[in-house]
Write a protein that binds this ligand. Structure first.
Ligand code: PMP
Length: 316
């Protein structure tokens, strides 16, 4: 299969070092440590268009920026942009591209120019956005396999830091799964379930929603946190605990989640169907609760939504 190219979705404008410029003009040095050593922290966010109030909402922007601050602190950058700066850049890129539909936003902060692997400056930053609709797999679900690669450990290349360098592990896992037409589930060094290449794993077992802990080799996912909250609201019992490999086969349903994947039902694991191999009822309840939340229909969590357009210009 040909590589899927996202060229057609390229935005007209990017924010590069705080300035709004044509996307094609945003260029970095070929010797930038952000490239040569993947010294780049990033966040992927989604914006959701809400028909009812003709508004685009960025989902949990503050929490993404807080995580990015933590990542920047850990990899040690000189004078990085503040969360306030990046929040402004996000709004600027959405305005510049006239974004009025579901979209994806990518922020990056990295060491630019030329340097060794401990270079802490000069720091550059970028923000882009592009239209991105709901994942198709939201409805259909996907097949998963447990891959032979193990999750990078917290004392080696910590998954808690959202840094590009960590994604070699995700890539190797993803490539192995792709060879069998599936998606990856990665175990950690102890052989316990950690997560997938770009999202967290939930199982439903014995009437409890179960997910690995934040110390099992996962990114502290904002979607995971959201779903734990929504599950509690729905009266579903939740357990954050170590999850054994064999439990994957005891589950009656399961799903994969993250900003990109949203909630992707898990149909099969290693060729074995969970129940009947179709998205289960608890997954459907949480998908619907998630959709209500991100589109502003759940008034309890409006504080998680940042409106993009001022009232008077919503109609565009
Ligand atoms: N784990 C990994 C490795 C990821 O890359 C992502 C995507 N950011 C997630 C989990 C899900 O995190 P979030 O819900 O914050 O997008």
């Amino acid at each position: 299969m040909a590589n899927t190219s996202q060229n057609s979705d390229r935005p007209s404008f990017a924010i590069f070092n705080g300035k709004t410029i044509p996307f094609e003009d945003a260029k970095i040095s070929i010797m930038a440590p952000g490239l040569t050593f993947a010294v780049t922290v990033f966040e992927g966010l989604r914006g959701y268009w809400c028909m009812d109030d003709s508004q685009l909402y960025v989902f949990r922007m503050e929490d993404h920026l807080k995580r990015q601050e933590f990542s920047m602190k850990l990899i040690e950058l000189d004078d990085p942009p503040s969360s306030k700066d990046i929040a402004r850049h996000i709004m600027n890129v959405l305005h510049a591209n006239e974004m009025r539909e579901d979209c994806y936003i990518r922020t990056q902060v990295f060491v630019d120019d030329w340097g060794d692997m401990v270079a802490t400056s000069p720091v550059s930053s970028s923000v882009i956005c592009r239209a991105r609709a709901r994942v198709d797999a939201f409805q259909t679900g996907k097949d998963f396999v447990i891959v032979s690669w193990r999750r990078n450990a917290d004392d080696a290349s910590p998954p808690r830091i959202k840094v590009s360098a960590n994604y070699l592990n995700s890539r190797l896992a993803g490539l192995e799964a792709k060879r069998s037409g599936a998606n990856a589930i990665i175990l950690n060094r102890d052989g316990m379930v950690s997560e997938g290449p770009g999202g967290c794993i939930f199982l439903y077992r014995d009437e409890k929603l179960v997910t690995p802990t934040i110390n099992d080799g996962i990114l502290e996912s904002i979607t995971r946190n959201t779903l734990l909250t929504l599950a509690a609201d729905a009266g579903i019992e939740v357990q954050e605990r170590r999850v054994g490999r064999t439990e994957l086969h005891l589950a009656s349903e399961g799903f994969y989640c993250g900003t990109g994947q949203e909630l992707t039902p898990i149909n099969t694991i290693d060729g074995k169907p969970l129940s009947d191999g179709k998205p289960g009822p608890i997954t459907r309840i949480l998908q619907s609760a998630y959709d209500d939340l991100v589109r502003g229909r759940n008034k309890k969590y409006l504080h998680w939504l940042t409106p993009v357009w001022p009232d008077e210009s919503r109609e565009g």
